[in-house]
Design a protein around this ligand. Structure first.
Ligand SMILES: [Zn+2]
Length: 297
């Protein structure tokens, strides 16, 4: 129930319906289900019911994020509360968490905090644990208002991308397109490894392929409009976590290099020093000397 509505991703095609602007004129849209939408409670309710599974009407009822347990006896109630569950993790050392005989103080505190639950920890390969990845890596429910799915449909109008889409449709297995696939939302995506200098080196990321005609728009969005004019590598990292096009690295570098705002900021710190002038030597003992300073604004 933690983060409730925000755990549910919104379909690309519907995100623009949640758009709002702030008094500063910035525009945002939600990537995840938010409060205030007419059908948010209904969507969450149906997921909560699904999670309860065979317990629904069978000892448990749920109303949005409130779960009520009803049983005939106190013992049954405790049985329900203490029902054993499985925890799946792709963090292998965690699988030995329960059997660790000499835990550090930090682990011990966690063990105590979790003692009231009845659970087993099972290891699962990272590549099979995509649901957990999804939940743990989409913490921010508001992010950059990216071009919406209408724009992404333009994948089909892009000569390079539409050729790849056609090849995939025809089950072509040539190596040039082996890193491409069509995702659940029907978008052409690309798989690549994160570079060695990035926070999670050599892991695979899924990138939505960006049509040529929208490159400038996304660069503007990620670097300037919502990006706070980050330097090249951070801008590129942010982009490449989600998007892909041929020569994205070079295009991003050129874009950041020629950004007029970044250039003007850079130059702001390079104020030429005022010309130096030798201090006049005193001619008589006790002679006063004054110097006035002026700020270069
Ligand atoms: Zn900039």
């Amino acid at each position: 129930m933690k983060s409730a509505f925000n755990q549910i991703p919104l379909h690309f095609a519907d995100r623009h319906k949640t758009a709002f602007s702030t008094p500063d004129g910035d525009k945002y849209e939600f990537n995840r289900l938010c409060f205030g939408l007419k059908n948010s409670p209904k969507a969450f309710q149906s997921i909560a019911q699904e999670v309860l599974g065979d317990l629904l009407h069978n000892g448990a009822l749920v109303y949005i994020d409130d779960i009520i347990l009803f049983t005939k006896t106190i013992d049954e109630h405790f049985e329900l509360l203490g029902r054993k569950f499985k925890v799946f993790t792709d963090h292998k050392p965690l699988a030995g968490f329960l059997s660790n005989k000499n835990p550090s103080s930090k682990i011990l505190r966690w063990k105590l905090a979790l003692e009231e639950f009845n659970y087993d920890i099972h290891y699962i390969r990272g590549s099979l644990n995509s649901v957990a990845d999804h939940l743990s890596r989409c913490v921010n429910s508001i992010t950059i208002a990216l071009p919406d799915s209408k724009d992404l449909i333009m994948q089909h109008e892009d000569s390079v991308l539409s050729t790849i889409i056609q090849k995939i449709d025809q089950n072509d297995v040539s190596p040039q397109i082996s890193n491409y696939f069509i995702n659940g939302e029907g978008l052409l995506c690309h798989l690549s490894k994160r570079p060695s200098g990035s926070p999670r080196p050599n892991t695979t990321r899924k990138q939505v392929c960006f049509p040529h005609c929208l490159k400038a728009k996304i660069l503007e969005s990620v670097h300037s409009e919502y990006g706070g004019h980050l330097k090249f590598f951070k801008t590129y990292h942010r982009l490449s976590e989600n998007f892909f096009w041929q020569n994205m690295y070079k295009d991003t570098k050129n874009f950041v290099r020629s950004c007029t705002i970044c250039l003007s900021r850079k130059n702001a710190f390079k104020i030429p020093p005022a010309p130096r002038q030798p201090v006049e030597q005193s001619k008589e003992p006790g002679e006063g000397y004054f110097q006035s300073f002026k700020n270069h604004a």
